[in-house]
Design a protein around this ligand. Structure first.
Ligand code: T5A
Length: 207
């Protein structure tokens, strides 16, 4: 049984990751690909609890170091219990956010050292990296407006505009550093056009 492929979906707040996740899942299933859909932080009982703690707006101030370690603690559980077993069985994994989010939010947004994040990435993931990453990108105002219209803002969504600008810049830098793996899709356009671009990228990848 060939190993499955690992696809991740990335981008700032409200850019349309969750909206397009189901579309991608259905597209893969149409092509007879067995796919596990999951998310980060989260995907296991413990990792979902850590997600709650990370997003909760009422907690005590979480230090940058604690935040980074919680994100990777959740990832370690998720990899061992969900992602690795699925890939080994030949299933594909479609994940809403992964380590590029850490480089963007904790690296770009919080200014944490990239070498520290890389060290933790190797500790937790070994050589495992996504096979394909779709980076959904839209101007900050568009994403924040969409996020605001939908729910009460969580701990990250309550950050200042400059934080999201740094996050966006860091994501685009990741795409520049890994052009073969990360494909940027602009989402400040009608959903149908976003879907067409996604089909182009995933269609080529499947072939
Ligand atoms: N985090 C995560 C870290 O700090 N480090 C890490 O390592 C990881 C893994 C997780 C938070 O954790 C942080 C980052 C995050 O802040 P999350 O729920 O995964 O949170 O991320 P959010 O960005 O908060 O997810 P959202 O659900 O808010 O945003 P989505 O999924 O990008 O957006 P979506 O699909 O819900 O769309 C938002 C609205 O826009 C509409 C949708 O209908 C929806 O109403 N929409 C469009 N409208 C018009 N045109 C289009 N093209 C549209 N696309 C979507």
């Amino acid at each position: 049984m060939p190993r499955g492929k690992f696809i991740t979906l990335e981008g700032g707040e409200g850019v349309g990751k969750t909206t397009n996740l189901t579309f991608i899942e259905n597209y893969l299933k149409l092509h007879n690909i067995s796919v596990v859909v999951t998310r980060e932080p989260g995907g296991t009982l413990l990792a979902e609890k850590l997600r709650q703690l990370l997003l909760d707006n009422d907690s005590e101030t979480i230090t940058e170091e604690a935040e980074l370690l919680m994100v990777f603690a959740a990832r370690a559980q998720h990899l061992k219990l969900v992602i690795e077993p699925a890939l080994s069985k030949g299933q594909w994994v479609l994940c809403d956010r992964f380590t590029d989010a850490t480089f963007a939010y904790q690296g770009g947004g919080r200014n944490m050292k990239i070498s520290t994040i890389e060290w933790l990435e190797t500790l937790v993931q070994g050589n495992l990296r996504p096979d394909l990453t779709l980076l959904l990108d839209a101007p900050i105002e568009v994403g924040m407006e969409r996020a605001r219209s939908r729910n009460i803002l969580d701990r990250f969504e309550s950050e200042k505009k400059s934080f999201f600008e740094q996050v966006r810049r860091a994501y685009l830098l990741q795409a520049e550093l890994h052009p073969d793996r990360i494909k940027v899709i602009k989402t400040n356009q009608p959903l149908v056009d976003v879907e067409n671009e996604i089909v182009n990228v995933i269609g080529t990848f499947i072939k």
